[in-house]
Write a protein that binds this ligand. Sequence first.
Ligand SMILES: Nc1ncnc2c1ncn2[C@@H]1O[C@H](COP(=O)(O)OS(=O)(=O)O)[C@@H](OP(=O)(O)O)[C@H]1O
Length: 325
Amino acid sequence: CEGMGCGVAGNGEQGEVLGAPRSTQTAAHTAPTPFWLGLTQELRLPSGPLANDAQSLAQQGFEFSRRPWSRMDPGPSPKPLPTPGWESFPKQPACRVSSGGRRKLLRSGALNMSLSPPLRDLMPRTLEGQITMEKTPSYFVTKEAPARISSMSKGTKLIVVVRDPVTRAISDYTQTLSKKPDIPTFESLTFKNRTTGLIDTSWSAIQIGIYAKHLENWLLYFPIGQILFVSGERLISDPAGELGRVQDFLGLKRIITDKHFYFNKTKGFPCLKKAEGSSKPHCLGKTKGRTHPDIDQEVVQRLRDFYRPFNMKFYQMTGQDFGWD
Ligand SMILES: Nc1ncnc2c1ncn2[C@@H]1O[C@H](COP(=O)(O)OS(=O)(=O)O)[C@@H](OP(=O)(O)O)[C@H]1O
């Protein structure tokens, strides 16, 4: 998340997928608040962004971004909710902590959460007729996140984008490498002891991909039916199909379909035929879809073997075979 601030959801009554025509966006029925989790990216914050004040989040590398809210302007029809009281959740202010301008095929939004007043002041109000979505990849692996989000709103819908953990680790490494070209090789970071083949599970690039382990933590607080697992691979091979599942999950009419995408040969990925608010095509930026370095195939194989039992467990838990083996 690629799928990918803090954030949620509007009023929990009606929602829209940002980027599609507003008039056709409202959900037909009451939809719990969604919470977008992307999991194809590195863990940027060891302690997760669920800190309780703006300063602490900023110190951890999060930006507070006001500008992106323009994407979430409701237009003339939806009315802002009255300024909410602190106790009146779910109508408390939403917050957004940008994780660096990341975006995916769905636009991200904000999460209503219990936060201290300084951060609350930075947040936009939740508006009627919107589902506000938020995407922070690190939440999925942040121990405290499930309890905190559950105590905020048990009905929060969770969306997790997962991809082959081996490719995910390499992608993660590639991203770090682009910022810090001097880091050790992927191969050397992978092992605690290369001779014995002992994997270094404390390396976040490896650790994040043990999805079954992280999911166990969420299942203590959320029923599995409240979590949608989006395949990162299918998001590339069949973006409309995968987003169809997302729209269904959120109780939205299927607005985004095949006709919204084309395959861009230069980029090597699907792109939008028309960007939001524009008539021009739009692909994700240069930081998405980077060429990965060549990794020693023995190391790749060792990682495949390492992840296999965790993947199997994850398939069992989710009832979906992601086809990573
Ligand atoms: N349409 C489209 N265009 C470009 N890239 C796409 C697309 N769909 C999925 N992907 C894959 O998304 C990967 C990057 O996701 P991130 O996790 O970095 O994104 S984010 O953090 O959620 O914003 C990125 O991983 P890398 O290839 O390693 O860069 C892509 O493989």
